[in-house]
Design a protein around this ligand. Structure first.
Ligand code: IMP
Ligand code: MG
Length: 190
């Protein structure tokens, strides 16, 4: 059995396939370019990638935005190795660049309760960016615990545990090229 098959067999189902992701990411990139090019004073966007889940999304999205972008990376802890939120949000690795006066887009893999992003938006807003928006590949609106404005959403999904295209369970499944629902048998073991 190859790696992909062994990962696929841990899924309950495939929810978003590779082509659907590719198509939607290109649409998001075009939308971002069109929104930001309406303001002549914006000649560069800072994409803040939330490690590690958003790395594939960042790399594909950046190439779909036809204007200058800068990357920066931040790492926050929220879930540890479990599929349940600990409610604790801690910055493990901060940005390298100063974002003051910059047009920033946070690039996230998934918004679940919204607690992580809400905290991060407060932290980054305190650094006085010229603007701050959020772009997430996935959103689970039914799970939201805090009302947070999300500017760009790839796909809204139901309440299941999503893996693939960067999203992990206990560090695994990130390299699946699609988004799947992890079989609850896998995570109910812990
Ligand atoms: P929130 O603070 O509840 O919105 O959780 C956000 C973070 O939890 C995301 O950045 C993910 O790292 C993780 N997370 C939430 N739901 C899922 C999921 O279905 N699959 C994988 N990771 C998830
Ligand atoms: Mg994350």
């Amino acid at each position: 059995m190859n790696t992909s098959n062994s990962m696929i067999s841990d899924l309950e189902k495939i929810v978003i396939n590779k082509d659907e992701i590719e198509k939607r990411v290109i649409e998001l990139g075009q939308q971002i370019k069109s929104d930001y090019s309406q303001n002549d004073s914006i000649n560069e966007i800072v994409l803040v990638c939330i490690l590690r889940g958003a790395v594939f999304f960042l790399s594909d999205l950046a190439r779909a935005i036809d204007m200058p972008v800068i990357f920066d990376f931040i790492s926050v802890s929220s879930y540890g190795d479990s599929s349940k939120s600990s409610g604790i949000v801690r910055i493990m690795k901060d940005l390298d660049e100063n974002i003051e006066g910059k047009h920033v887009i946070i690039v996230e893999d998934i918004i679940d309760t919204g607690l992580t992003l809400n905290h991060l938006v407060e932290v980054l807003n305190a650094r006085n960016p010229a603007s701050l928006k959020i772009c997430t590949l996935l959103s689970k609106p039914k799970r939201r615990k805090i009302d947070i404005k999300v500017d760009y959403i790839g796909f809204e999904i139901d309440d299941f545990f999503a893996v693939g295209y960067g999203l992990d369970y206990a560090g695994k499944y990130r390299n699946l090229p699609l988004v799947g629902a992890l079989d609850p048998k896998i995570y109910s073991k812990d």
